[in-house]
Design a protein around this ligand. Structure first.
Ligand code: NAD
Length: 352
């Protein structure tokens, strides 16, 4: 049953980590290490069943292989989940025990923060293993990745504008930004600096207020964001917001934002294409965060990080070219770029 699952997704190794004394139940999934060690965050979540946890870690780790490959990193894909409630189940011992498991893999898996985990938890993991990124800046960590993700999203946007309109003048166009959290508000700031007209929405009223007062954005209702007359729809909150209900309402000609898993399913991705809307694939656009932490492996450098973010422009351009050449939707072209890179670079590896 489990091996059937692994066949479907193509995983190399899945490790079940158990320490009864500290209440640790975790799964580390290494999907693919052809390009390099598997990098991906650890998520802590009160999964309803162990099967749910396994499904999640298999899906997420596979996603990291594609994201890291398209980002041009010499890094493979992996992910870990800790089964537990972040609000009540965290302890030093739990994270240190988890760190020991990460260490035992000898660098095949490198961890980072994800949902439910913060930099303080990573400090404990760091006491047991060197194979961790996203630690505090005093330990050479890279800090909050969100401004980099926002800057990377801007690079993706420039490539999309060029493709769709033949120019990259951000200020010529209007934007509907959904979600004003760590990434969304930074993205709004970048758009404003370039003179754009911006519509915003968020469930958090203070964040909306800030976008209005500091960046001159126009606030719209949570549901209204799908109806505004904007050239670009930029999902920066949740996944699945491009779906059967919302797509017919969108007037945008481009979808480009930082949120993960924007398309509710592949059929919607095909429909986006049919409607002539240019979709900038989410995991190529929002790779800034992983690019930033990946630099911690060789010693973090901010200058290099900013240079790396700009490669997102070229990655998107290549995806658009593959889509046109092969007559496939852009979300499929992104996967193809990842698969081609893994195959070609994998063959370059010198035999030991
Ligand atoms: P965040 O939690 O800081 O912000 C999310 C914002 O969305 C919050 O302000 C929240 O109130 C708002 N929101 C939630 N539901 C909403 C709704 N229905 N309508 C409107 N607003 C809603 O998260 P973040 O770090 O800014 O990340 C945003 C998205 O980008 C997520 O999907 C995340 O997975 C993805 N992402 C983030 C990074 C990063 O570097 N932070 C990197 C890659 C991908």
């Amino acid at each position: 049953m489990i091996f059937e699952h692994l066949d479907t997704y193509g995983h190399e190794q899945v490790v079940f980590c158990h320490n009864k004394d500290v209440g640790l139940k975790a799964i580390i999934a290494i999907h693919n290490t052809v390009l390099g060690p598997a990098l991906g965050g650890t998520r802590m979540w009160p999964y309803e069943s162990e099967q749910d946890a396994l499904n999640d870690v298999l899906r997420l780790s596979r996603g990291m292989t594609y994201k890291n490959a398209v980002a041009g990193l010499n890094i493979g894909g992996g992910k870990a989940v800790i089964i537990g409630d972040p609000a009540v189940d965290k302890s030093e011992a739990l994270f240190r025990a988890f760190g020991q498991f990460v260490e035992s893999l000898g660098g095949r898996y490198i961890t980072a923060e994800d949902v439910g985990i913060d930099v303080n938890d990573m400090e404990y993991v760091y006491r047991e293993t060197q194979f961790v990124t996203g630690v505090h800046q005093v330990h050479g960590g890279s800090g909050d990745p969100s401004p980099f993700t926002a800057y990377g999203t801007l690079q993706g946007l420039l490539a999309a504008l060029n493709r769709k309109f033949g120019n990259e003048d951000v200020g010529n166009y209007s934007y509907a930004v959904q979600g004003l959290g760590h990434v969304g508000i930074e993205f709004v700031k970048l758009l404003k600096e370039r003179g754009a007209k911006i519509f915003v929405t968020d469930i958090n009223k203070d964040r909306v207020e800030r976008a209005v007062s500091e960046y001159g954005a126009e606030a719209v209702g949570l549901d209204e964001i799908y109806d505004v007359d904007a050239d670009v729809y930029s999902p920066c909150a949740l996944g699945g917001t491009v779906n059967e209900k919302t797509l017919p309402r969108l007037k945008a000609k481009i979808i480009c934002g930082a949120a993960n898993n924007q398309l509710a399913n592949n059929a919607i991705g095909d429909e986006v294409e049919k409607r002539g809307i240019l979709y900038a694939p989410d995991y190529a656009v929002n790779a800034g965060g992983v690019m930033n932490v990946s630099l911690e492996i060789d010693g973090y450098n901010r200058e290099r990080a900013m240079r790396m973010m700009r490669t997102i422009y070229h990655n998107l351009t290549r995806i658009f070219e593959i889509a046109e050449r092969e007559g496939i939707p852009t979300y499929r072209a992104a996967d193809r770029l990842a698969e081609e890179r893994i195959e070609v670079i994998g063959k370059l590896k010198l035999p030991l």
